[in-house]
Design a protein around this ligand. Structure first.
Ligand SMILES: Nc1nc2c(c(=O)[nH]1)N[C@H]1C(S)=C(S)[C@@H](COP(=O)(O)O)O[C@H]1N2
Ligand SMILES: [Mo]
Length: 359
């Protein structure tokens, strides 16, 4: 295994402490399953150093039998499953919103997203074994080993999503043990939800009758209207970001690329949460004319992204390429970052535009 500093050197690093980094978009587009060293890293505190042998997971709260599981116990008591799913940060593509007006947070380009085969056990199997109380108003709260401003990292998801077959306690990514920066030894993977709801470095799972009161859940990752400011933001009224919107990005050519006149290939990704991407339109003239991209999607991976490729015939000059995806409900993306701008810079899902010069 490469070292963390070797892996860091491969990525665009937004910050060292906490460590946040994303891959360049052209490299992200080379493999449907993102190799772990190329997978974006989003952390809120320092990376905890955990030991596979002494690690324990507590399952408690509104359960018939509280449990304490070792990694070996988790693996031997529950059936192993693999789910191919995309993980995406709620701040992916924030840089586009920052171009409209100032926003808080790291200026992610379109690389705060990646897809992997996640292997582990179903969270639902563990909760059923513990005898979790059922009921629509229940939530499953997670606590992790990393600390953020004096609190352990903590979030929650509704019980229904915790019991869904795609939701995992994962210990492997693309067939190998999780890397330290991706949650070793065990993390949750909640496909379709914003990455924030997939806690890394798990230590405790609690079934309860309300969402987690941890600041990450109760205060952060809320979607606000455009007229709300940091001073007026009321987290109780903000919308809790769980499911992610339809999105797409151009990975190649790169912004500012110099291209040859004539036939050019444009490639990228699109993602529609738990819906399917049914169409991707690509424009060579800022969205006046559109061409259809060819789609590439794995049949048994409803929570994984769609890769797309389009051919565009480009004349000499300065051009703005643009992409917009359509989902199975016939919905498409807003044209401009202004349309959904919010001061936290979350859920930037407008047409992705890339300026190129053609000679
Ligand atoms: N314990 C813990 N889990 C966490 C985080 C964190 O800082 N601490 N960051 C979350 C966020 S915001 C995202 S987008 C994903 C990123 O997962 P990755 O770093 O493996 O790509 O992890 C989530 N899980
Ligand atoms: Mo995130």
């Amino acid at each position: 295994m490469s070292s963390l500093s070797e892996r860091k050197a491969r990525l665009i690093v937004h910050g060292d402490r906490p460590y946040n980094a994303e891959p360049p978009l052209d490299r992200l587009r080379t493999a449907y399953r993102t190799p772990a060293p190329d997978f974006y890293v989003r952390s809120h505190g320092d990376l905890p150093a955990l030991d596979r042998d002494t690690w324990r997971l507590t399952v408690d709260g509104d359960v018939g039998t509280a449990m304490e599981l070792s990694l070996r116990g988790l693996r031997s008591r529950f059936r192993e499953v693999t789910v191919t799913a995309t993980m995406q940060c709620a701040g992916n593509r924030r840089a586009d919103m920052r171009a409209v007006a100032p926003v808080s947070g790291d200026p992610w380009d379109g690389g705060a997203i990646g897809t992997a085969d996640w292997t582990g056990v179903r969270l639902g199997d563990v909760l059923r074994e513990a005898g979790a109380g059922e009921g629509a108003d229940r939530h499953v709260a997670f606590e992790s080993h990393d600390g953020v401003a004096g609190h352990p990292y903590g979030v929650s998801i509704p019980l229904a999503k915790a019991l869904a077959p795609e939701t995992l306690l994962a210990y492997a990514m693309n067939g190998e043990a999780l890397l330290p920066e991706h949650g070793f030894p065990v993390r949750a993977v909640v496909p379709g939800f914003a990455g924030v709801r997939s806690p890394k470095w798990l230590r405790r799972i609690t079934v309860q009758d309300r969402p987690s009161d941890n600041p990450i859940q109760a205060g952060d990752y809320k979607l606000y209207p455009s007229d709300v400011t940091p001073e007026t933001a009321d987290p109780v009224r903000g919308h809790t970001i769980d499911a992610m919107p339809l999105n797409a990005a151009i990975c190649e050519p790169a912004r500012g690329a110099s291209l040859k006149a004539g036939a050019n290939r444009v490639r990228g990704y699109a993602i529609a949460g738990d819906r399917a991407v049914v169409r991707v339109d690509v424009s060579g003239d800022g969205g006046r004319n559109w061409a259809q991209a060819a789609l590439e999607h794995e049949p048994d991976a409803p929570f994984a992204w769609t890769f797309w490729t389009a051919g565009l015939d480009l004349p000499p000059g300065e051009h703005e390429l643009a992409v917009r995806a359509w989902d199975s409900a016939g919905q498409t993306q807003p044209a401009l970052p202004d349309d959904t701008w919010n001061h936290k810079g979350y859920l930037c899902a407008c047409w992705h535009r890339v300026r190129v010069s053609v000679v």
